[in-house]
Design a protein around this ligand. Sequence first.
Ligand SMILES: Cc1cc2nc3c(=O)[nH]c(=O)nc-3n(C[C@H](O)[C@H](O)[C@H](O)COP(=O)(O)OP(=O)(O)OC[C@H]3O[C@@H](n4cnc5c(N)ncnc54)[C@H](O)[C@@H]3O)c2cc1C
Length: 363
Amino acid sequence: MCILTKVLIIGGGVSGLRLGSLLAKEDISFKILESRERVGGRVLTHNQDNNYFDLGPTWFWPDTEKTITNLITELNIPTIEQYNEGFSLLELSKHQTPKYVESSELNNKSRRIVGGISALVNVLKDSISTSNIELNKKVTSVIKNKNGTITVNTYDELKNNRINYNADILVLTLPPRLLLENISFKPSLPENIQIDLLSKPTWMGAQAKIVVTFDKAFWRDVNLSGNVVSWAGPLREIYDASTERDESALFGFFSLPPSIRNQYDKEAIHNKVIDQLVRLFGPKAKYYNNIFYKDWSQDKHTVTEGDKLNIESFPSYGQPPKYAENVIFSGTEYDEQHGGHLEGALSSSEKAYYKIKKLMSYK
Ligand SMILES: Cc1cc2nc3c(=O)[nH]c(=O)nc-3n(C[C@H](O)[C@H](O)[C@H](O)COP(=O)(O)OP(=O)(O)OC[C@H]3O[C@@H](n4cnc5c(N)ncnc54)[C@H](O)[C@@H]3O)c2cc1C
């Protein structure tokens, strides 16, 4: 079976969905092929009762990130400021009392989305007809045909079947290393493109995120923001993740690398984190309600083996050399200015949209 469409978008993360939402306003047929059972990609919000806890991205920065800020305003999505009052803790070792630092000195102003970042994903998804989004379609190969069109082969793991799609324009939004590892190209990707893709690690691919919820943000009562920078671990950074609704929470990023994290089961990780929170915030931290944990280094729809190594310096993100006029790279790692962030995912898809419009105006 081969399904025909004008534009094929590979990946239904923020970038693929934003591009889909723009094409949906035009008379341009398109399909989004997504390998997971859900859209959103690296955006993952745990919703419980009235509460929402982000296990993927949490923040955007209105002062420097205009694309996401304008989009959120245009879509009327409510936001809240990241809690940043009082003092942050600087933990130099397990055996030293943490230092107090004014929180405002450490953190620049970020905002969160009410309902979590998945609230943005849901609005984008709802602006696209469900018939344009195909889940469980892992793209395995891309063929450039003699007539210039592109054929894409997909594999559906659940149904164990393969479907082909054909389009005039192909947009690849999956992380560069994953693309290189999982999709074969005919003709093959030239060596300079392969090297370029390999040099762009998946942003946050080695990270894991943990959220611990409480009845009350007890740290605020003693003028602590909940923010911590720790050299002792297992969490390297901690922030307040309370919602404006019922529950209070802290979330953290790990200093433990994937190779060490993988030696422990979930319970052992949870215990280590609670021990650190008790060390920093006192015995009240023992009485948590829930723990939510997501290790992105284990997520085969996001990372390759090479991404499991921590990124030591900020990678140089941006566009790879051209493969074909009608094959476009979108997604956060392909954005030169804001690569890594949601802002990069969104602005790269807006650029892809204008490229598509230009290509179509030649026809
Ligand atoms: C823990 C964590 C914290 C973060 N914090 C922040 C933050 O606070 N602020 C911020 O701005 N950014 C943050 N980020 C980064 C942000 O999540 C990303 O920039 C953004 O989500 C990337 O969107 P994308 O669409 O480019 O890629 P992705 O979300 O990775 O989307 C790619 C899609 O392609 C799909 N796919 C993969 N392989 C295939 C295949 N073969 N065939 C079909 N589909 C495929 C994937 O399933 C996925 O849905 C964070 C990320 C993580 C993991």
